[in-house]
Design a protein around this ligand. Structure first.
Ligand code: FES
Length: 303
């Protein structure tokens, strides 16, 4: 997920930050989170909490990526495909950083986030150490619906991150295909998925790891099939996955990676074009942070 540096967003962020901080000080602001919680996708039993999470562990896992484990109540209700907003301690960096949830350990109340440094905010997070505290808000967005059918999981680049918890959570047979630009940018070794999936494939654009090519090349070359597809990655890859799924009439759930600002549905910085008309504004857009980030592929326009 990425962040535009626009003054409008900074003004909005001041307002949101004020609400966030005030909520922690004054009980009357509890209605703010109640509104957030009441507007979740119908049928999902989740609650959003704002809290100071404690760092359990952090390590640099390769040249680009860090894995950050937080001790947080969010672990009680979070689901695969949702995300958490992390707040910088530096008040000049007002917007929260939304990070996809990689893994959930409900028993130990732990959440794992995997991220790379994209700016000063994530650079600050990379210095966090065990027992440090950080303000967070989550879980946010709607996650992947879990269907008990043979599933094909397709992740591209950092889009592979939310598929880890999904692979752990899905009950049926699973095939996993992960694609990266190169070995240096890869996150999970092919074998790491063995405990959770029936088959695992990896490919890179330059051929430095696994098959040479993209995820659709692997799927076609290996004749991989499924009754449901789950995918997350860059938009061109999701477009190719959507077209592939439609050509075979397979339902596909895709998680969009859009620019975000507020992360809670207030600023409309993250809208995407959909089939559905918003009943208030009468336009065919939905908020990725609120109605998404997971959508049924046939409902969104990726052209
Ligand atoms: Fe503000 Fe989605 S980021 S509405």
């Amino acid at each position: 997920m990425h962040f535009p540096c626009l003054s409008f967003y900074q003004i909005l962020a001041v307002f949101l930050r004020h609400i966030f901080v005030s909520y922690k000080k004054y009980p009357q602001y509890s209605s703010y989170l109640e509104i957030l919680n009441n507007s979740k996708r119908k049928g999902e039993n989740m609650s959003i909490c704002s809290e100071k999470a404690i760092i359990y562990h952090q390590e640099k896992i390769n040249e680009y990526y860090y894995s950050l484990w937080l001790i947080t109540q969010v672990a009680s209700t979070a689901r695969a495909g949702q995300f958490i907003s992390l707040y910088s301690k530096d008040k000049s960096r007002l917007l929260p950083r939304p990070l996809s949830i990689c893994e959930i350990d409900r028993e130990k109340q732990l959440i794992c986030l995997i991220y790379r440094i994209n700016g000063e905010g994530t650079k600050e997070f990379s210095h966090l150490q065990a027992n440090d505290e950080i303000d967070i808000l989550g879980p946010l967005g709607n996650g992947f619906p879990l269907q008990d059918k043979p599933a094909l999981l397709i992740g591209g680049g950092a889009g592979i991150i939310p598929l880890w918890e999904l692979a752990k959570s899905l009950p049926g047979e699973k095939i996993l295909v992960q694609g990266y630009r190169s070995l240096a940018e890869s996150i999970f070794p092919k074998e790491a998925w063995n405990p959770f999936v029936n088959e695992s494939y990896v490919c890179t654009e330059d051929g430095s790891l696994g098959e040479k090519g993209n995820v659709l090349d692997v799927i076609r070359n290996k004749s991989l099939t499924a009754q449901v597809i789950y995918s997350c990655g860059p938009r061109p890859m999701l477009k190719a996955v959507k077209d592939y799924a439609e050509s075979l009439s397979i339902p596909a759930w895709i998680s969009l990676e859009e620019h975000m600002a507020c992360g809670i549905g207030a600023c409309l910085a993250c809208v995407c074009k959909t089939k559905h008309k918003d009943k208030h504004s009468e336009v065919h857009y939905q908020r990725v942070c609120k109605e998404g980030p997971v959508f049924l592929a046939e409902e969104v326009d990726l052209s």
